[in-house]
Design a protein around this ligand. Sequence first.
Ligand code: GDP
Ligand code: MG
Length: 311
Amino acid sequence: MGAGKAAAGQRAGFVAIIGRPNVGKSTLLNRILGEKVAIVSPRPQTTRTRILGVYNGPGVQLAFFDTPGLHRAKGALNRRMVEVALQTLREVDAVLLLVEAGAGPGGQVEVGEATRWAVAEVARSKKPAVLGVNKMDQVPRPMLLPVIAAYKDLHDWAAIVPFSALTGENVEDLLATLARLVPEADAPLFPPDLLTDQAERTLAAEYVREQVMRLTRQEIPYSVAVEVEEFDESSRGEGRGIVHVGAVIYVERESQKGIVIGKRGAMLKQVGTQARQGLERLLGCKVFLRLTVKVEERWSERAEALRKLGL
Ligand code: GDP
Ligand code: MG
């Protein structure tokens, strides 16, 4: 290899994963990395910040940004989230816009207004873009054709790839397609053992929030923020030991506090058990998780509260 020249076939670059809420952006990132670095729930607006996940494949390093869903945003937190997604679009080498497979009862495919807007933003970015049609496991194969047809002429896509983040079907193809869109590189962007920019402490908070989002209803999932106050690894050993985590679940009203705690603490206990199990898998050791619930009035509307919570 000559000095200053890329090794044959070596590529590295940044890819933004964008799309409407709930299309499976975070599920895809986790699938690509084989680790849960981005929390997932059936509710929109689960992802609140952008998350870096680094994939190392044969001859390629793809640094993905998972982003909050693009939607018509109301409220300070939501507006901030959409800004983050759009900003990311401007900073990457290639874009992966996700949509969901699926059609109406007559087989007709509606491209929604929000998706059209996302496509327009992709066009404005002038970045090479792949359209990923996720959730192919949910539709019979012939139904994919009208979906692809509906999106084909909306933009000059580098490729359209149907896949399933849930089953992993076609995810290899998707990665190979994206690899062709990033620049040749002399060196990877990140050390090969760096998986994500999410600190374990941050992931601990996210794992707790994920369970609250999954287990509560109505406005509660959107009224919750989690802050880890204690992350004590002093008794953590190689593959054993224990990590002590103390986390505060913030809600916006007294009534929400009651719901998150539940009857005789039942809800909080369930949140704690599930989050702890996930964290034990992630950290590879025992976790002692202590949860408290506090009211922080209208935190999602207050810039200073958002800053404090790292949003
Ligand atoms: P995001 O908001 O775009 O990040 O979407 P998430 O990754 O949080 O996923 C939203 C929901 O879609 C969750 O309930 C996922 O389990 C589900 N989901 C994601 N990918 C797939 C898929 O390939 N097939 C199916 N059936 N469900 C999926
Ligand atoms: Mg997400």
